[in-house]
Design a binder for this molecule. Structure first.
Ligand SMILES: O=P(O)(O)OC[C@H]1O[C@H](OP(=O)(O)OP(=O)(O)O)[C@H](O)[C@@H]1O
Length: 148
């Protein structure tokens, strides 16, 4: 496969990512079969823009009934260092009251973005907020947050 000129080395290949997406989607679908969320539906929220490739793959294998929604939350403004409090640039267009929510992320580093979004959704009345991420960098963590 041809590499983008800015990519020095591929650390995790496409097959590994696909396999992990399938494992996670299978395990999490089974979890919701036991949980019985409101209206038997999970509200899956992707955090744009980074979630897209992983979420597309994850959805291929996710078998539980779900509605997909998206939020845009910026912390990095195109750089690699967070600039303080995350900012919601695109909010949900629905009530999350009593809903079971699954946030889909590409990576958790400091955990600040997810901690903020999770607290926001709980404040808005979500019954349950879980997080799935493709990549986790616990060594970068400053917020008290772990993916589920
Ligand atoms: O755990 P944290 O240190 O908060 O970092 C994780 C966040 O940073 C990235 O998003 P970014 O703000 O770069 O936006 P993007 O999804 O548009 O790339 C990533 O997609 C997460 O949302």
């Amino acid at each position: 496969m041809q590499k983008h000129p800015l990519v020095k080395e591929i650390l995790i290949n496409k097959e590994q990512i696909n396999k992990r997406a399938e494992e996670l989607a299978t395990t999490i679908s089974a979890h919701y079969e036991k949980e019985s969320p409101k209206n038997n539906t999970v509200i899956m929220i992707g955090l744009l823009k980074g979630c897209i490739p992983f979420m597309a793959k994850f959805l291929e294998y996710f078998t539980y009934n779900c509605e997909t929604e998206y939020m845009v939350v910026s912390s990095y403004l195109g750089g690699t260092k967070a600039h303080g409090k995350p900012k919601i640039n695109l909010d949900l267009n629905m009530s999350v009251e009593g809903e079971h929510i699954l946030i889909v992320e590409d990576i958790i580093d400091s955990g600040v973005t997810l901690d903020y979004v999770k607290r926001y959704l709980l404040f808005k009345g979500a019954a349950d907020v879980k997080i799935v991420t493709l990549l986790d960098k616990p060594e970068g963590r400053t917020a008290k947050l772990s993916p589920d």
